[in-house]
Design a protein around this ligand. Structure first.
Ligand code: NCD
Length: 309
């Protein structure tokens, strides 16, 4: 594995398989009463988050703590960037304290790649703008593997605000590498520009018709409508979006009972996903959250205890 985890493209199929195997062991730790391994004792991990986060930030923090690393959280609002300090000065300052890993979320696409060129610590991209979110893709694929077994030939349908989704971009790379057949569905206004050439190159299908695609799905991944990244009207009304592209109660009825329903969170209930679907027995949404801790333990372990792995 490389020194940083900036993009899903940094990982080979072997790397992903290794990360999943370690995550499965870490998952067992989660079920113990005493959830502590000594693997990263004496190592320091900083979570530097310039965007809001519930799951990603806390699961990186828990993952670091359960591996006995010292973990510290810094948020954009509470840091000196709010006093005008540049990103470069902020990360060089943090790096000078002797940090081993920097987990970073930033609103600018490419921010993590840039930071990795400035500092020696391992940089983990926890979401950069609309670009990538590799640990989310890993935990999604890990969750699906646990539900479905091998993803080889399985049909994964990704639905929603593709234009603004870093989760979708990282998932395409991860799922296709693991042999899944992927179809992405969105209204024309939320389908990324240039998707035709991209889908041909990366081997995934696109559709505007959710009802046509859904009956052939082995797994469904609903994505959040990211209103905070939208500058204009991407769809006429929330109701119209839900009717065309939401996982509604009626659409839930067309899914097989064993088809996992995923959502990276946070959910807009009633918009991209109905409460019945989010809370259905086949929903994998909370499994994704718990897998998130195991995957992030695995990633931290392989990046920081690399020589020993
Ligand atoms: C995603 C993110 O922040 O990119 N959420 C997450 O990490 N769990 C998706 C989203 O915000 O919709």
């Amino acid at each position: 594995m490389e020194r940083h985890l900036l993009s899903i493209d940094d990982l080979s199929v072997d790397d992903i398989t290794t990360l999943f195997a370690t995550a499965a062991e870490m998952h067992d730790v989660q079920r113990r009463e005493v959830k502590k391994l000594p693997a990263l004792r004496g190592r320091t991990v900083i979570n530097l988050f310039f965007e809001d986060s519930t799951r990603t930030r806390s699961s990186f923090e828990i993952a670091g703590k359960w591996l006995s690393a010292d973990t510290i959280n810094i948020t954009g609002k509470g840091s000196s960037t709010s006093k005008g300090e540049s990103l470069r000065d902020t990360v060089l300052t943090i790096a000078s304290m002797g940090v081993d890993a920097l987990v970073m979320r930033h609103h600018a696409s490419g921010a993590a790649h840039q930071v990795a060129q400035w500092i020696d610590a391992a940089v983990i991209n926890a979401g950069d703008g609309t670009h990538e979110h590799p640990t989310q893709a890993l935990l999604d694929a890990y969750t699906l593997t646990r539900r479905l077994g091998s993803l080889e030939g399985r049909h994964v349908v990704i639905v929603g605000d593709l234009t603004h989704s870093r989760v979708f971009r990282s998932n395409i790379g991860c799922l296709t590498r693991l042999g899944a057949r992927v179809t992405v569905v969105a209204p024309p206004t939320l389908m990324p520009s240039g998707v035709a050439a991209w889908s041909a190159a990366d081997g995934f299908a696109t559709s505007y018709d959710l009802d046509e695609v859904l009956p052939t799905a082995d797994a469904v991944m609903m994505l959040r409508v990211q209103r905070e990244r939208m500058s204009g009207g991407f769809f006429p009304s929330p109701r119209e979006y839900a009717v065309g592209y939401g996982l509604t109660r009626d659409r839930l009825a067309t899914l097989g009972p064993d088809v996992p329903i995923c959502h990276p969170g946070p959910m807009n209930r009633g918009l991209e996903i109905a409460a019945d679907a989010a809370d259905a027995a086949q929903s994998a949404i909370l499994e994704q959250v718990s897998a998130g801790v195991a995957i992030r333990m695995s990633v931290l372990y392989h990046l920081l205890a690399g020589e020993a792995s």
